[in-house]
Design a protein around this ligand. Structure first.
Ligand SMILES: *[C@@H]1O[C@H](CO)[C@@H](O)[C@H](O)[C@H]1NC(C)=O
Ligand SMILES: *[C@@H]1O[C@H](CO)[C@@H](O)[C@H](O)[C@H]1NC(C)=O
Length: 486
């Protein structure tokens, strides 16, 4: 903040405590510091204004093809399965996994010429206004971007864990897609954008997304930029992603430091596939290998369990393969309690495995909707820093701090219960969903005794730091002067 009061006049020091020469230096020093602080704060204020600029939510009235209508451009830094290219009045967004390209032109300008875009490109006007959301992770991405009010249709509504989307569905502001295909097609024709299908659809307003296919942990989170392009809210996506990346790095360091004196446990992600029509009535037991799981496991301070043979046709062969494992994450869709987990894997409570003896059996169903819609498939897709924080606690129960309450990873061996997310949990229907991760740097600072700095995601307090540093530096210089003068 700029000082609003006039500078106080220099206070003359009584002669008997300070020589005249010292008094003169003091006046100079006061103005010098004030000047530097004001200068630094003006510079910071300037940066802040830049950071706040946004792509327009309004339609252009006097189209000029040479104006850059997208001053905020999102760079894709980690994700590998989408790209964004900016042109003056349109952007080309590509889902490289499904090979769909979307041309998004600013409302009030014009669709790009067909010769300028790849064949088969779907054309949209942005910002999109009236949206169908197909797929639970898309609900979380839009919720975080503050776009909930644009949603008018959802599919698989029972599986949505977002409390405010459930509330809006309860009072008719959001409609569920009909299970009858012809009716659903009619409903979908009423929206300008149907986003979230995992496979391409011929409908001109349909957009496929692939955050779950993008291999790494932060890759998943960065898809928030993909969603943002359809609404011109790249500024929000960039800010959210920056926060997640910084918090993730802090948590990884916290786990490294917190586990440095202990042997890293071996952690396996496993799944049981019950006999059904989908698998010829043949059950199987597998190690659920994926790049993001490996990254999260290692960042959390555990050894990622992996073998060349991932799939087994008997539980005893499977258990034999994982007999060095300390902790398991059971990803089997259905298993609400430990006895079901035991029976799925052919285990008994006295089986000689470390994960059984030490009660280290976790599932991802810690938060669900009243009808068992998993928040793991919703907020846990973008909020990778929060997933890492949860997994750090799975690996070492004393981290990231004592008393930490896990969100998604539920220890079924300890009989932990699911937390229900219902419409009653919606406190402000207009508020964006915020990342559920703790502020890691606040935890680190508290642990190291510096409780005064709440670090990380806050920005107001931190912007004063360069100024404070300057004041301290200048005081030091002044002290040297004083020495020389005395
Ligand atoms: C549903 O509830 C929300 C939040 O209270 C309100 O803004 C909205 O107008 C309601 N919609 C209908 C159709 O009642
Ligand atoms: C929803 O609210 C209930 C009642 O206050 C609470 O017990 C539950 O933990 C909340 N759910 C979530 C996901 O926070």
């Amino acid at each position: 903040m700029l000082p609003s009061k006039p500078l106080p006049p220099p206070v003359p020091r009584p002669r008997f405590t300070a020589p005249v020469s010292f008094y003169g230096m003091n006046v100079y020093y006061k103005f010098y510091i004030q000047f530097i602080c004001v200068f630094v704060l003006i510079a910071l204020a300037g940066l802040r204004v830049d950071g706040q600029s946004t792509n327009s939510a309004e339609c252009v009235t006097n189209f000029d093809p040479n104006t850059d209508y997208f001053p905020v451009k999102a760079d894709v830094e980690t994700a590998t399965l989408f790209s964004i290219q900016y042109f003056k009045y349109y952007k080309l967004v590509t889902n490289k996994y499904t090979n769909e390209t979307f041309a998004l032109y600013q409302c009030g300008t014009q669709a790009p010429p067909a010769t300028a875009i790849p064949a088969g490109t779907k054309v949209f006007q942005v910002p999109a206004q009236n949206v169908a959301v197909l797929g639970t992770s898309s609900v979380a991405f839009l919720d975080m971007l503050g776009l909930r009010s644009k949603i008018s249709l959802v599919d698989s509504s029972d599986f949505i864990s977002s409390p405010c989307v459930q509330l809006l569905e309860g009072n008719g502001s959001i409609t569920a897609l009909s299970p009858v295909a012809a009716n659903a097609a009619t409903q979908l024709s009423t929206v300008s954008l149907a986003i979230g299908a995992s496979t391409p659809d011929a409908k001109p307003n349909s957009v496929s997304v692939s955050p779950e296919q993008d291999p790494g942990s932060l890759n998943r989170a960065e898809w928030i930029k993909f969603y943002s392009t359809f609404f011109n809210v790249e500024d929000r996506a960039i800010g959210i992603m920056k926060g997640i990346v910084a918090n993730y790095a802090c948590f990884r360091q916290l786990a490294t430091d917190g586990n440095k004196d202990s042997t890293a446990p071996v952690l396996a992600w496993v799944v049981y596939d019950a006999p059904s029509d989908f698998n010829n009535n043949t059950p199987s037991w597998s190690i659920a290998d994926a790049q993001y799981k490996k990254q999260l496991t290692e960042a959390a301070g555990a050894v990622y369990f992996n073998t060349s043979q991932l799939k087994y046709t008997t539980s005893s062969d499977f258990l034999n393969a994982i007999n060095t494992v300390d902790i398991i994450i059971d990803e089997t869709f259905i298993a609400s309690d430990i006895s079901t987990v035991y029976s799925n894997y052919g285990l008994t409570p006295d089986a000689p495995y470390k994960f059984v003896k030490n009660k280290k059996i976790f599932r991802e169903d810690g938060i669900t909707s009243p009808s068992d819609g998993r928040d793991w498939f919703e907020r846990a897709v973008p909020m990778q820093d929060a997933v890492l924080e949860d997994l750090i606690n799975v690996v070492n129960e004393n981290l990231p701090k004592s008393g930490y309450q896990r969100k998604w990873f539920r220890n079924v061996a300890l009989g932990e219960k699911k937390t229900i997310s219902s419409s009653a949990n919606c406190t402000d229907v207009n508020a964006p969903t915020t990342d559920v991760a703790s502020n890691c740097s606040a935890i680190v600072n508290t642990a190291t005794g510096d409780g005064s700095n709440n670090g990380g995601n806050s920005n107001g307090a931190n912007s004063l730091q360069p100024c404070v540093t300057l004041v301290i530096f200048a005081s030091f210089v002044r002290a040297l002067y004083a020495f020389a003068l005395i």
